[in-house]
Design a protein around this ligand. Sequence first.
Ligand code: E4P
Length: 227
Amino acid sequence: MVSSPKVIPTMKFFADTAELDDIRDLAATGLLDGVTTNPSLIAKSGRDFMEVTREICAIVDGPVSAEVVALDHATMMKEAEVLRRIADNVCIKVPLTVDGLKTCKALTDDGTMVNVTLCFSANQALLAAKAGATFVSPFVGRHDDNGMDGMDLIRDIRLIYDNYAFETEILVASVRHVVHVLESARIGADVMTAPPKVIHALFNHVLTDKGIDGFLKDWASTGQSIL
Ligand code: E4P
């Protein structure tokens, strides 16, 4: 099948954290499009799940992923019902299992955003798209740790989604460093979620710092001021 180029208006940046100060700090840059959390990040924050999720949803306008912890469809639906009442921008996160995808289909059919998480193969991503997922989260860092190339997974998913014009957004997760972000942008991933320190590292370049130092030194030698 010949694929037509997908129109991607921007690459979205999500923060992968439940730390409110970090989220506020990144939101103030104007470059933050959403937040992803998971049970491990909630545990690390030491905060009450419902309370911290409500506070995150009030800081960012975009999707805030909150993950169910049940393994069966019926209980996932009950948990999702509680979570989606927190705020309009809650995105229900479900694992890539049979019950997770049943839950995904039921929720997205009903107009609720769903992020299908723990995706480690292109076939799993195909299933998530067929289940109507809003986002699929392939974990590139954990894939790398497992002796695979996480970015190859993103390339395969991009190809498959473009072949069939699936609207599910590829949300690159388990991002460990700035090269993961660069490669995601090259491939045309829709979203990447990264720990705040990785997002901050995107701003840095030694030649930027050196250039500022040089300009300021030369400017001082002119004795002028702008204000
Ligand atoms: C994504 O939504 C996950 O919360 C996250 O990216 C997992 O990253 P980790 O592999 O660094 O735990």
